[in-house]
Design a protein around this ligand. Structure first.
Ligand code: 6GU
Length: 222
């Protein structure tokens, strides 16, 4: 998969994709990530990419020209163009799986007070990562890229994400490792029993209990 991220702050991405699983995925060519500064596409002699809003109001608005020209330059028939904005559709794990099937993602990071409404005409999807406001789409794009990359074939074993929280609308069951007793805290007996059926039942029950406690909305009974 190829992912192009359009941003005015390429420096923010330094390091983020250079560690751990994402780094390995890039090194093994399972994903290609390009950070593109769309200021490079502006026709303005002063390199401006924003302007004041028609009708008045606070702040600056991203103009159409640099983003239209940049997307035009890199878009192919296989591209999906995503705009990151707090007014987008709430991002969910199901969405991550869908995006992981795409060949080419173009991710536009919004910034400042907003963007010219006409930018929406060149976008396939608008996504928000949650009900709070960030200063820009950069951190949201890192969230998106991380959550999609780990689902690409061969990046982590399928067993590692098949039990993830949110698959089957349930949060993760609790896991334990050695030692058996730590500071008087014991590992549940059933996990030491070797009875796989019982272990599976225990995990499912714990998943449901946890979900009911903290995310009843996922069970549809909040
Ligand atoms: Cl995608 N962008 C911004 N600026 N804020 C957000 C967001 C995105 N998702 C949640 N809050």
């Amino acid at each position: 998969m190829k992912i192009d991220i359009l941003t005015l702050f390429p420096e923010m991405f330094k390091g983020v994709f250079e560690e751990s699983i994402i780094k390995r995925a890039i090194d093994e060519k399972k994903v290609e990530i390009n950070i593109i500064n769309f200021r490079d596409y502006t026709n303005d002699p002063h390199k401006k990419v924003d302007d004041t809003p028609y009708g008045g109001g606070a702040g600056m608005v991203l103009t159409c020209q640099p983003i239209f020209d940049c997307v035009n330059d890199i878009k192919t028939n296989d591209s999906k163009v995503i705009l990151l904005t707090p007014s987008g559709v709430p991002y969910k794990q199901k969405h991550a799986y869908e995006l992981a099937d795409e060949k080419h993602l173009i991710i536009i990071c919004g910034h400042y007070e907003g963007f010219d409404e006409r930018i929406r005409t060149i976008v396939d999807e608008e996504i928000s990562i949650g009900d709070y406001v960030l200063t820009g789409g950069e951190i949201a794009s890192m969230v998106l890229v991380d959550s999609v990359t780990r689902l690409l074939p061969g990046v982590i074993t399928e067993a590692s994400h098949k039990d993830d929280s949110f698959n089957n609308n349930l949060l993760d069951y609790p896991t334990y490792t050695k030692p058996r007793v730590y500071n008087g805290l014991e590992v549940p007996e059933v996990l030491l029993s070797g009875d796989h059926k019982k272990i599976e039942e225990f995990r499912r029950e714990e998943s449901i209990k946890k979900t009911r406690e903290v995310r009843p909305d996922l069970l549809g009974d909040d």
